[in-house]
Design a protein around this ligand. Structure first.
Ligand code: FAD
Length: 405
């Protein structure tokens, strides 16, 4: 059987390694990971783990022994630095190289940095890895003030966790509202009000131009209007960029992410790309897109492992993701592409509602707050492209089962 080399030991890479064995691959599997620990879940780093409700061991996808027991050569603390497609080798940061028959790029994404004055001060944090999360946790507690640059999901989850740990939290967002790129205005204002109720403060329309410090440590965030927001630490949560350099330099087709087909195969037939790094087809929406979610990493790991072991391609899935803040569980299915109508079901004041995004009479996406049936049936409706009655959908007294019937 082929020697499969996986670059990146994250959610996608770790899952692909395990699935290859589960699907009966008997050849060598080598998994190269830059981080010191085996693949783990990142979502709890801003949620349960940060709040102290989950221990570090519970984050691991599989215990360390799993890899040796399944004859997976997991090599931590190593970075792939170049890819030579001609002789099918990858050069590693220790100067050695590894040759492959099949390569899986699962290098994920990295936190985007803010190229502003003072960006190298101590106390400026990002949240992508377990090591980042340790630093953030150490900066939280009573009497501490955390500034969060970026009002996206990770920033808001960190704000909720900071409050839980007794720290002050101030969120600085460049746009006039939170979650501006990803959510409706109704959802933005709902989250803002909920966070304010829990003591988080917001500066909206606030453009960060630099950081101030003392003795090398951050003491404040400078805004374009001249104000300085005092803080003991600042978390930069302004989005992530795909780790696609290896692929780009090796001449693989990329488009803000490594371009793949529904088998997760790149423009080179012996190379796959999966997870946050991949720019992939989304047949439901008839377009290509790069997603950053665990369900996407799992789906693409399945696609690649199936193709490599000669299994039929798995059925397409409707993308979904979630966010936990305080006692709110947000579940999102689909993406709001080409939407011409937005419909509210339920009352935001009750803390339980859903926002449906429609194209004609088809559901494109749903954001459900503490409303599992709306999420589940909504996800089904996105998948089967069934026409819905808008009247019924907007009426919470009509069950979702009836709406979807
Ligand atoms: P990653 O998990 O990032 O793994 C990539 C790995 O590759 C990393 O370990 C990296 O060090 C390594 N690597 C990169 N380049 C190289 C190289 N050249 N050589 C060797 N190794 C390399 N998703 C959800 O669905 N729901 C959530 O609630 C949610 N919350 C999140 C909260 C946080 C704080 C973060 C950071 C992410 C969250 N996500 C969430 C997103 C989710 O974690 C990612 O979509 C998922 O981890 C993607 O998996 P991946 O394997 O593609 O990338």
């Amino acid at each position: 059987d082929a020697h499969v080399v996986i670059i990146g030991a994250g959610h996608a890479g770790g899952t692909a390694a395990a699935l290859l064995r589960q699907y009966g691959h008997t050849g060598l599997i080598t998994m190269i990971g830059e981080e010191p620990i085996p693949p783990y879940q990142r979502p709890p780093l801003s949620k349960a783990w940060l709040k102290g409700e989950a221990d570090a061991d519970s984050l691991a996808l599989k215990p360390l022994e799993f890899y040796a027991e399944n004859n997976i050569d997991f090599r931590p603390n190593l970075k792939a630095v170049s890819l030579n497609r001609g002789d099918k080798t990858v050069t590693l940061s220790d100067g050695s190289s590894v040759s492959y028959d099949v390569l899986i790029l699962a290098t994920g994404a990295r936190a985007i940095k803010l190229p502003v004055e003072g960006a190298d001060l101590d106390g400026l944090l990002e949240l992508r890895t377990a090591a980042d999360a340790e630093k953030l946790k150490a900066a939280l507690g009573p009497g501490k003030r955390l500034a969060i640059v970026g009002g996206g999901y990770i920033g808001l989850e960190a704000a909720a966790s900071a409050r839980k740990l007794g720290a002050e939290a101030v969120v600085l967002e460049r746009e006039p509202r939170l979650l501006a790129r990803v959510a409706t205005e109704t959802l933005s204002s709902f989250f803002q009000a909920y966070h304010e109720k829990h003591g988080v403060t917001f500066e909206l329309g606030a453009s960060v131009v630099g950081f101030e410090g003392q003795d090398g440590r951050v003491t404040g965030v400078k805004l374009a209007d001249g104000r300085v927001i005092a803080c003991d630490a600042a978390l930069i949560g302004v989005g992530a960029a795909p780790n696609e350099e290896l692929a780009k330099e090796a001449g693989l087709e990329c488009a803000r992410g490594v371009t793949v087909n529904l088998e997760a195969r790149t423009s080179d037939p012996s190379i796959f790309a999966i997870g946050d790094v991949a720019h992939r087809p989304m047949p439901i929406y008839d377009r290509m897109f790069r997603m950053e979610s665990v369900p996407n990493a799992l789906e693409q790991a399945k696609q690649a492992a199936s193709a490599i072991t000669g299994r039929p391609a798995p059925a397409g899935e409707v993308p979904w993701q979630w966010s936990d803040q305080y006692d709110l569980k947000l579940q999102i299915a689909g993406y709001a592409f080409d939407v011409d109508e937005v419909l509210l079901r339920g009352d935001p004041a009750s803390g339980k509602f859903a926002i449906f995004h429609l194209k004609g009479d088809q559901v494109q996406s749903v954001e459900a707050i503490n409303s599992p049936p709306e999420f589940m049936m909504g996800r089904q409706l996105i998948g089967n492209r069934k026409a819905v009655s808008k009247e019924k959908l907007a009426d919470p007294s009509v069950s979702m089962k009836e709406v979807a019937a």
